[in-house]
Design a protein around this ligand. Sequence first.
Ligand SMILES: [Fe+2]
Length: 385
Amino acid sequence: MISTVAQPSRILIGAGARHKAGALVAEVGGRRPLVVTDSFLAGNGAADELVQTFADAGLSAAVWSGTVPDPTTDSLAAGLAAVTAHDADVLVGFGGGSPIDTAKALALLAVSGGAMAEYKASRSNDGPALPIVAVPTTAGTGSEVTQFTVITDSRTDEKMLCIGPAFLPAAAIVDYELTLTMPARLTADTGIDALTHAIEAYVSRKANRFSDGMSLTAIRTIGSALRRVYADGSDRQAREAMMLAATQAGIAFSNSSVALVHGMSRPIGAHFHVAHGLANAMLLPTVTRYSVPAAEARYADCARALGCAAADDDDATAAQALVDELEALCNDLAVPTPRSYGIDERAWRQKIPTMVEQAIASGSPANNPRVPTPDDVAAIYSEIY
Ligand SMILES: [Fe+2]
């Protein structure tokens, strides 16, 4: 089997790496970077710090801070106008997954035109597109190293997965100091997102030896660091570990795939405005229990990496320990159910047929070791409520 591996050509990793953003943008050929970010990072001085490094490198930078959480097709028009107004030659996605995903969409639309709905999966997008430099401020989405973006269609509320090399950043900066001020809830949600990426990449039907190594390394690190960083956000060692693991999990799933958890979580996010990582967390233990019978040995490997099973436990015991540990982890990290989150039961049940349809249409469930029928997906939505 031949695997194609794609990742940014340069990744700067470590405390203070953000100060090298100017030199990095110049290295990928940018002279007129546009920082694509949100109003929070534009207002707290973080974007200014980045812009200073561009000025120091002799670049002409501008900032567009109009990105929204769970970016919509409607939110892209103002961004495209900003790209044109600045005549940008590189887009710097700065923030959590939403600003980076927005930068990716703008990079393609600015050069190739059209509407985002034309680019959704299963189409693979080669571009042409502007180069992207990604600077994450959370440790979870992995968007800085993936060839994916997720944009919600404002017309239908569908969270569209869009894939292809056009969305792969040319370069990334992975500086855990940017995550030190994340509140505990965001730390937990993004951390579980990273764990979900690593597990899904490992059990995916598209897994390969390269992605396997990245997955297991990330799972091992997250197993030792996630509870620590949730309990004490100022634990620099744990923050650094989570940041690197999130990037490694991103490389893993970008070169394998995500699976049923992500397929089912996107519709929850789209229809009920649940944060991405939290929607994954609501699903992860139940979807894992459902999937184990089809890939017991693979889930057992995940359990041993996570540290909840011993090396000499048999696969059945280890896989069961994984399900138990994911339940315990979600409990320790105060993950709510859709009901305790405040979602109305009738509204939830009414949306299940649409969520099932959109989950399956995204293609992710087909990568799951146990490929679900629409009835299976509906039953899981029902069960987790
Ligand atoms: Fe994710």
